[in-house]
Design a protein. Structure first.
Length: 625
């Protein structure tokens, strides 16, 4: 037998049995240590690392989220010290000065000396109330004392925080907070207060619809609050009300659902994702099995299983069937507070009767594309920051929360099937409900377009590498699959009152988008008015010959566009008849409108003219949808 040798060729000494056992033990320990080192930290461990050493942007919501998750996850006894330390940090962020206007509220970020975000108290208590109601027994005595001390002050902050019923997500969150604290603290007065708020919301919505309508972000927040009411409260009457509202929300989601992109179609009330329209709602859509988990965009906060309410499959089937369909809904009391949408097999087109704030989408066109949920939607907005794709976030509000806001123009529209006519102007003069950008750097109107869509003039495809391209006759066509889109700029007026060309621009592939842009002012526009009016038609099921015919028909459609000082008069020949808008831009008044099928616009919410909101909120059978 050949003996092992060392590097000098000398025989190696054979190890004794005890020596071999010691060596094996050492190797085992080394292997175990290596395995432990390679085990990635859990989500809770990652969250704790961020909280243990806070930075200026450490978020109070992240701290309460860690506490809640640490308390409801097995092994919570071993986390007592971390939970207690997290409570100390959260209490440090709470305003404890009785003379302060924000007494009881919480700082949004660690760097703040005083709360700058008035909604902070609602977001923190949303989870803290659940913690008190369901998981307080898992806390150490010291942590329980911190929770009770914090909630006592927070209750004062909640009562000082006045929330209008139109502020949907915060109103429903405050309602949950009062109901949950009322039950946890055995306070009938708080329960009655929360129940009254819930009744007020039901009454308002049955007449005016959901104010933050079709929002991919705030529908998720709303469903969290409503799911908590339905699943965590013990009052059967309140649970039943919450379940009715949940059915309404999911029916509204189904009505506006665009399956090829796995997202809500149509104009949106509040949407932070300019290009693809995803938000916190993706969590509930994923939980309900409406979207592929691999394609879900799960970036926003979500309460989780404690708030999970999965809709009946019949509602999902309504989302998938009944195509084409026409959807209408109100989102407020004014006559212009409406939104409509036509949903086809491979596209959906929707518009609103008014702007709804700096995060809305008053016009949105969805196209079925190879990128599925990441296919860019055609989205109109007026831009005062030189931010055509909504990717430049800047500090907003008292806490400096970073958002990419667009301008809030005067916006008026009419829709007939798959055709839309709208006009938009900025600044919105003499209109108290509109917020003006303090110092806009420019004034532009954009229609973002998916990069896969092929752009055409009347007779040829456009080479988008040649930039910018001024559109002949201010008309452009797009083709994507079997869908054709015609876009005609009836008016494109700069801030000096002169007509300007609409242009096609390609800014590269970073955003998977190109755009149609009207430049009203390259620099600060001041109070000078910029105007844009657009007619859009969409058809599907077209081959090459069909696309040629589509272009020819759209080009031959008669149009009128007159700008008379404060009044614009617009009309275009549509497939079912003329679409027309006469609007006083100085007051926002619609002087006349033509083209909408009033039988299909039944308030507050309808599909193909069948109203469904009132029945669902009243617990009655719904006919039609």
């Amino acid at each position: 037998m050949k003996l092992s040798t060392d590097i000098h060729g000398k025989p190696l000494r054979t190890l004794s049995l005890p020596e071999r056992n010691v060596l094996l033990c050492c190797l085992s320990l080394l292997t175990i240590g290596t395995a432990v080192a390679e085990t990635p930290p859990s989500a809770l461990e990652k969250a704790w690392i961020k909280i243990e050493t806070p930075t200026e942007y450490t978020h109070s919501r992240d701290i309460i989220s860690f506490i809640l998750e640490a308390a409801r996850t097995p092994g919570y006894q071993q986390r007592n010290a971390q939970i207690e330390a997290a409570f100390r940090s959260l209490e440090r962020m709470q305003d404890r000065d009785p003379l302060s206007k924000t007494y009881g509220n919480f700082c949004w970020y660690w760097r703040e000396q005083k709360p700058g975000e008035p909604n902070g108290v609602e977001f923190i208590v949303e989870q803290a109330a659940l913690l008190k109601l369901r998981y307080a027994k898992n806390l150490s005595p010291k942590a329980q004392e911190s929770l009770d001390r914090m909630l006592a002050l927070a209750l004062e902050g909640i009562h000082r925080h006045k929330v209008d019923v139109t502020y949907t997500n915060i109103y429903l969150m405050k309602t949950w907070n009062l109901l949950a604290l009322g039950e946890a603290l055995m306070s009938p007065e708080l329960v009655a207060e929360g129940n009254s708020m819930l009744d007020q919301w039901i009454d308002f919505t049955s007449k005016n619809g959901i104010s933050e309508y079709i929002s991919p972000t705030y529908y998720g927040t709303d469903l969290d609050s409503l799911g908590l009411m339905a699943r965590q409260l013990s009052n059967p009457q309140i649970q039943e009300k919450a379940q009715r509202i949940l059915r309404l929300y999911w029916s509204n989601i189904a009505a506006n659902w665009f399956e090829p992109a796995g997202r809500l179609g149509g104009a949106h009330g509040r949407d932070y994702d300019y290009l693809t329209g995803h938000g916190a709602l993706d969590h509930q859509l994923n939980d309900a099995g409406w979207i592929d988990p691999k394609q879900a965009i799960l970036t926003d906060f979500h309460i989780g299983a404690d708030s999970r309410w999965v809709p009946p499959d019949e509602i999902h089937q309504k989302a998938l069937g009944g195509i084409p369909r026409f959807v209408f809904q109100k989102w407020g009391a004014p006559d212009t507070a409406w939104a409509s949408q036509y949903i086809g097999h491979h596209f959906s087109i929707g518009v609103a009767g008014d702007s709804n704030g700096p995060e809305d989408k008053p016009f949105a066109l969805n196209l079925a594309g190879p990128a599925g949920p990441q296919t860019v939607m055609v989205n109109f907005f007026m831009d005062g920051r030189g931010d055509p794709y909504g990717n430049k976030k800047v500090p907003t509000g008292g806490s400096g929360i970073k958002k990419s806001h667009h301008l809030v123009p005067l916006f008026r529209a009419v829709q007939s099937g798959a055709e839309v006519l709208f006009v938009s102007s900025w600044p919105p003069e003499n209109h108290p409900t509109y917020k003006k950008e303090a110092h806009p750097l420019c004034l532009l109107s954009h229609l973002d377009i998916p990069i896969e869509a092929v752009a055409w003039t009347a007779d040829k495809a456009l080479d988008v590498s040649q930039q910018p391209i001024s559109l002949p006759g201010n008309i452009c066509f797009f083709r994507m699959g079997d869908v054709a889109v015609g876009v005609r700029f009836l008016l494109a007026i700069d801030t000096t009152g002169h007509p300007v060309p609409a242009q096609l621009l390609n800014d590269g592939t970073a955003w998977n988008a190109k755009r149609l842009t009207v430049t009203h002012s390259q620099g600060a526009a001041g109070e000078s008015r910029g105007i844009v009016a657009v007619a859009i038609r969409v058809q599907e099921g077209l081959d090459d010959a069909g696309f040629t015919a589509f272009r020819s028909n759209f080009l031959s459609s008669k149009t009128i566009a007159i700008n008379e000082g404060n009044v614009v008069r617009l009309s275009t020949e549509g497939l079912k008849g003329p679409l027309a808008l006469n609007v006083d831009l100085s007051t926002g008044q619609v002087l006349s409108s033509e083209g909408a099928d009033r039988s299909m616009q039944i308030a507050p919410m309808s599909v193909n003219g069948a109203e469904y909101c009132k029945g669902l909120l009243n617990g009655q059978p719904v006919v039609g949808f």
